[in-house]
Structures are given as C-alpha cells and as structure tokens.
Write a protein that binds this ligand. Structure first.
Ligand code: NA7
Length: 542
C-alpha cells in the first residue's frame, strides 16, 4: 500500500470501486502514470461502505463483474447475487491479481481540487494531507457516496442506536431480542428488513412509498457451471452487455407493447420474466412501459396479483402491494427481494404506512408515530443518498473561475456528455450525473465510460492538447436533450432520486441519461474526432 504524501502523475483517479479499479488498469496499459486516492481503507466502492445486514448486489453474476481477463479467469463466484462479503473478497482478488494498491493511497479523502490554466494541471489535496498534481482528474466517486438523513424533530434527542444503512459499525449490530425500526422502503430497506427481522424481537418497517419489489431467485453457482461459461465471458461482458440498453444482455421482448399481444400471451411473457428473477422483469420488459400509462398499469397489475398472493395480513397487503400503483412501473428503482413479503407478514413485524401515520418526532426512547410513542433499541435510516452529485459536495472542486462545481450547478446540472463540465478542464466524471448511471449494470456502464475517457486522453496526448474545456453551449444542449427525453417517459411523473427529487432543495431534473448505453457511447465517440463541444488548448510546441 503506497503511503506517499505527494504524487505527480498524468491521471489522478478518485474512488476505488469498479470504475476506479478499471481506470487504473486501463490507464497503466496505455502507459499513463496513474495514482488512485480512496477515502476508505480498502478497494470496493459501495461494497466498502454498504455492510448492513443482508447487503447484497441486485445485479446478477456473471454480468456483475469486470471484463478484465486476468481477473475473471481466476475468480469463482458462489451465488448468482453475491453478498457484500463475497464482493469485498472479489475486490481483494482484483488487488491480488492487478496490484492496484501499488498505485493507490487509502484513507485519502479529497477536500480541495484546483486547476491552473497556465500549466494545464490540477492540484488535489486530501483531508489527511496528501497532495497530488496531475493533468487529468478522473472522478470515479459513484452515485451513493453522500447519505441522505432527513430532518426530523428531536432526531438528536434519541439516545439509543441510530444508524444510516451505509455507515454500519464494523463489528455489525446484534438485533437479537431487540426492537428495531427501519425507515425507508428502497432497495436497501428491503434487504435490511428481510434480514434483521429474522433476529429482532420486534421490527417495525416505516414506509412512505411501497417498493415494487421483484423476486431475486437466488441460487448457488457451481464451479462446473462457471468454468463452462469462462470461454464466453469475453463476449458476454465486452460485446453483448455493452450492446444492450443498460449492460444486461437480455433478450429483447417479442414486441414493444403488451397491446400487440393477447392477454394470455402477455401473462405468459410476464410470468417468464418474473420467474427468471432479478432485473429480468424490468430490463427485459416491454419498452412501452416507460412511456405508456396503460402498459405500465398492465405490468403493475401482474406484479400486484403475484405479490398480494404472498401476504396474508390484509392491512399489510394493502400497504405493501396496493391495488392502485404508488408510481409508474420503473419510475422508481425496483428492489430485489427473497422473502421480504413473507417476513413482513410475520406477527413480530409491524408495517406502518407513513402516508396515513407520519413520523411526528424522534424521542429519547424511540419514535412518536400517529400520536403514539414507540420505543426502539435500534433505528435504521435506510433513507438513501444524495445521488449522482452528492459525492462532489465535500471535494472542493474549483473551476477556472474559482467557483465550486456544485455552486455552479445549483440551478441545474450542466455537463457535456455526462462526463465533463465547463470551466473544469481535464476533469472527467464516471457514473455521475447526466450519464447512463442508473440504467442497469454498474460494471458495464463504468467500463464503457472509462474506455471513452481513456481514448480521449490518449488522443489528447497524441495531439499535444494541453486541456479540453467543455463549452457552456454544449453542456446546455446535453441538458436540454436529457430533459426532452425524460419528458417523453413516465419517469418524469415521479419524485425519485433519478429526478433529484429525494433531496429537499435540490433542483428537480432528470439526472440519468435515458437513451441507453449504445446511443450514449456513440454520442461520446462522435464528439471525439473534432472535439465537438470543447474548447481545445494545445501545447505551445504542438
Ligand atoms: P432510496 O432508493 O433512495 O430509498 C430511500 C427510501 O427512504 C425511500 O423509500 C424513501 O421514501 C425513504 N425516505 C426518504 N426520506 C424519507 C422521509 N423523510 N421519511 C420517510 N421515508 C423517507 O435509497 P436506497 O438506499 O434504498 O437505495 C439506493 C440506491 O441507490 C440503490 O438502489 C443503488 O442502485 C443506488 P420515498 O420513496 O421517497 O417515499
């Protein structure tokens, strides 16, 4: 593990998750001097932080992994949807094979980044006193770095154990014999409720919007099965996944809308998708569900029938799987569950509908809900993140005019290609705002983006470009295009983190690129030959 306090490199990568690790590997191969700053003490990105009970990836193996042959050829998974411990072990394996740590500094939290136009270089500082100078700043800081903790009256009065899902104590938390509350019903909350309810004496799940959660259909993966796949992995990960809408190479649906099928044919098709498990039911579904309220309802009705049949308690059934959809199908990210509904149905699990019974305040002992005080030993906030942009909030990233990135974006995010921002030359964002970030399979999406960045910085090196600065006009055009696409979809109708609408005060706008990976990559690559949308400053001897 490198402990250097000062580094001078071509590219400084921030964040050691899938994007950061892949970037270091790719850049090294292209003979760039590269270094990585990681805020925690290990590689793993989201899997360094999300160690709450039941934390597990919702994307399935074999797709959820990097396409690096040295890594996948020497690694074997145990489950179709691996848990956080296995994912941490996977990152340890990556490090063993690629020695990312040789070029990494851990416990290095960036708190200042400035760019000098005269030199065309960034200076990056960390809370711990590290300094890096570099030509390119590559931010692989993900979408879920900054937690969202809502403001409730009396929150600091509560005297027992209060936890946000993404800051779980290292040694875990023993829920045996305890009264536990879980606030939230996103994909994180589902996993926590499903797991902690197995140990807790009583568990109360407090739900504002029920999740349209899909069955995981978890299963063990045998060595033989995985060995027989190895010969196809290069094609699956590098070609098929990248040619798909969001990184999962699902078969396309037979037709684009259920209105083109009979009721029986639709039912049969949906049943098949549902039985495949995981995101098959979203990623492989009719495209029209994203646009047409009628088709969205058809799919919801199928889901609700399936789900209601799993819940015996009629009150819980109406809260968890209401006849009327809480939102358009896929307008919020679906959770993936195993026995969540069966666990909620147990007697020691109480389900509270926050729409009719809101949290009035926290108290010293617990929560005041619907006029009643309920004591809790543990309260878990599974209340999500300031997605897409939150990671930049503590990094002090200054533009060439001294203005910080988020200050510049307070009236709306402006990026060119979902990867660069005006007045922040040679700064690249991976898995950030206005990119295909939450479109599907994380590793595939970051690989596509990192490959584009690597090709761009290679071209800059060949052409002796000192810096590239996105133009405000190009960034406005990108934002307009995202907004126009979003308006055509049902996603626009829901207050989700896709829309930045989960954070009070954040501008409500579509933050996710929606046209799919292929169109995204083409747009980025089309801009490269003539550096469309960039001001290009060349070296003096160029
Ligand atoms: P999410 O998906 O943002 O879920 C957060 C949940 O917290 C959601 O159910 C919210 O309800 C709920 N929430 C937020 N604020 C409140 C307040 N004030 N009161 C009650 N409930 C509240 O976060 P996750 O951690 O589950 O998932 C993160 C995802 O990010 C993960 O899937 C990765 O793909 C990336 P709401 O729906 O707003 O009514």
């Amino acid at each position: 593990m490198a402990a250097k306090k000062e580094v001078d490199v071509d590219v400084l990568v921030v964040g050691g998750g899938f994007g950061g690790v892949y970037a270091v590997w790719r850049l090294r191969a292209e003979r760039f001097k590269v270094h990585l700053f990681e805020g925690t003490e290990r590689l793993g990105g989201v899997w360094s932080n999300n160690t709450y009970p039941g934390a597990r990836v919702d994307s399935e193996v074999p797709f959820y992994q990097l396409s690096i042959p040295e890594v996948y050829k020497t690694w074997t998974w145990t489950q179709r949807f691996p848990g956080w411990r296995e994912l941490q072990a996977y990152f340890d394996h990556i490090d063993k094979v690629l020695d990312i740590s040789k070029d990494a500094t851990y416990n290095a939290l960036v708190n200042k980044a400035t760019f000098k136009m005269e030199t065309g270089r960034w200076t990056i500082r960390t809370e711990q006193g590290h300094v890096a100078t570099c030509k390119h700043l590559l931010l692989c800081t993900g979408s879920t770095y900054k937690q969202h903790v809502p403001t409730w009256e009396g929150l600091d009065r509560y005297s027992k154990t209060l936890l946000h899902s993404s800051k779980w104590p290292k040694g875990g938390v023993d829920a045996h014999g305890k009264r536990v509350a879980v606030i939230g019903s996103g994909s994180t909350a589902l996993q926590i409720v499903q797991d902690m309810s197995k140990d807790a004496k009583e568990l109360v799940t407090l739900i504002r919007t029920p999740n349209i959660a899909l069955p995981m259909k978890q299963r063990k993966l045998s060595l033989e099965e995985q060995d027989s796949l190895k010969g196809f992995l290069d094609h699956i990960l590098k070609t098929a996944a990248r040619a798909s809408f969001g990184g999962f190479p699902y078969n396309p649906p037979p037709v684009s809308s259920p209105q083109m099928l009979s009721e029986e044919e639709t039912e049969k098709f949906l049943e098949e998708l549902y039985e495949r498990g995981g995101f098959n039911f979203t990623g492989g579904n009719f495209l029209s569900v994203l646009f047409d309220p009628k088709d969205s309802r058809i799919v919801y009705d199928f889901w609700v029938k399936k789900t209601r049949a799993r819940i015996q308690d009629p009150v819980k059934r109406d809260i968890l799987a209401p006849i009327e959809p809480p939102n358009a199908f896929m307008a919020k990210r679906a959770g993936i569950e195993q026995d969540y509904y069966e666990m909620c149905d147990k007697e020691h699990v109480q389900v509270i509908d926050l729409k009719t019974t809101p949290i009035e305040s926290f108290t010293e002992e617990g929560l005041r809900v619907g006029g009643k005080e309920i004591p809790f030993d543990i309260i878990v906030l599974a209340t999500g993140f300031d997605n897409y942009t939150g990671a930049f909030s503590t990094m002090g990233i200054e533009g060439t005019d001294g203005k910080e990135l988020l200050e510049r974006w307070k009236d709306g995010v402006k990026t060119h290609l979902g990867m660069t921002a005006p007045r922040h030359p040679n700064m690249w964002m991976v898995y950030g705002p206005q990119a295909p970030t939450a479109l599907g399979n994380g590793p595939t999406i970051v690989e596509v983006q990192v490959d584009i960045v690597v090709d761009m910085v290679k071209k800059m090196r060949e052409e002796k470009v000192k810096y590239l600065d996105a133009t405000p006009e190009a960034a406005q055009a990108w934002a307009n295009d995202l907004a126009a696409t979003s308006k055509m979809t049902l996603l626009e109708s829901t207050n989700s983190w896709y829309m930045g609408a989960n954070i009070p005060g954040k501008k409500r706008e579509m933050l996710n690129y929606l046209k799919g990976l292929v169109v995204y990559e083409k747009s980025c690559r089309d801009a490269m030959p003539d550096w469309d949308g960039f001001v290009v400053e060349r070296e003096k001897d160029a």
